[in-house]
Design a protein around this ligand. Sequence first.
Ligand code: DAH
Length: 341
Amino acid sequence: MNEKIAQIRAEIEQKITTMKSSSALYEFRKTFLDNREGKITGLMKGMKDLSPEERPAFGKVVNELKSWAISRFEAADAAVREAELAKKNESERIDVTMPAEKRPVGALHPITIVTQELIDIFAGMGFDVYEGSQIENDYYNFTALNTPKDHPARDMQDTFYLTDEFLLRTQTSAGQIHVMENRRPPIKILSPGSVFRSDDDATHSPMFTQMEGLVVDKGISVCDLQGMLDTFARRVFGEGVGTRLRPSYFPFTEPSVEVDVSCFACGGKGCKLCKGTGWIEVLGAGMVNRHVLENCGIDPDVYTGFAFGMGVERIAMLKYGINNIKALFEGDMRFEKQFVR
Ligand code: DAH
């Protein structure tokens, strides 16, 4: 009997240190201590073959073996778990002294900066912002703006048609009609947004940004237009800058003008930027054509108005000295980070 006990002890001692996981150790423990099949529990079952005198001594020895085995397995289990934890901690270790991964910080796009600046300037003169929709129908983009089908002025803009009826707006002027249909004078709105034309070179992009302005009230004249444009030019290009109006043509204004600002680079003397003329063209404008007012149910004998439309990319390119419009569409942070308001 003592031999058997020594054998069991030796087996446990020999193999217990080779168990490297708590689950392997648990399985190994079961082969000795499982209630039904364990080798130690099995010894107890032999008790019935002994004489009553022998039983107490035997029971004592087996119980000692059992409690030795239990504490031996507990100690081994604690050691294995500790080793497992140490391994896990090691694999999850973080070196807090390592330099952190840098998250690039963005910047406002120059078009956003200029748009916001223009809104601030005109909001200061009492303008509301109206953002129209980029998909328009033929009526709002052309017909109501006094440009019916077959009108030669439609050739001024190469239009992306979606269907016969719907198109990508070619001008924020379409918003004028929506506003005049829904509000009564006095009207004073500014309408910024993307517009689309099939046009692509160093100064034109198929998608670009316009800023439209519309004022309708009693007694509005060209003087009001130029006074407001002077304020705009000084705020955007500098105190010494003035404006001049040249006759032009747009179907929705009569008279129509092209607006130049005096060259802010040379003070009007003539340089490379203004191509020696002393003036730089910045926008189109005019007095709202009476047909357009009539189309919106506004009496042109009572009310008059002016409108203007400018390309925001053009203003940004002039202001920041950008010579290729593509730079505004590439999303290169080295470029975009150079502009601050
Ligand atoms: N819509 C014109 C264009 O895209 C710009 C323009 C000219 C707008 C005169 C106006 C205006 O409101 O009065 O070329």
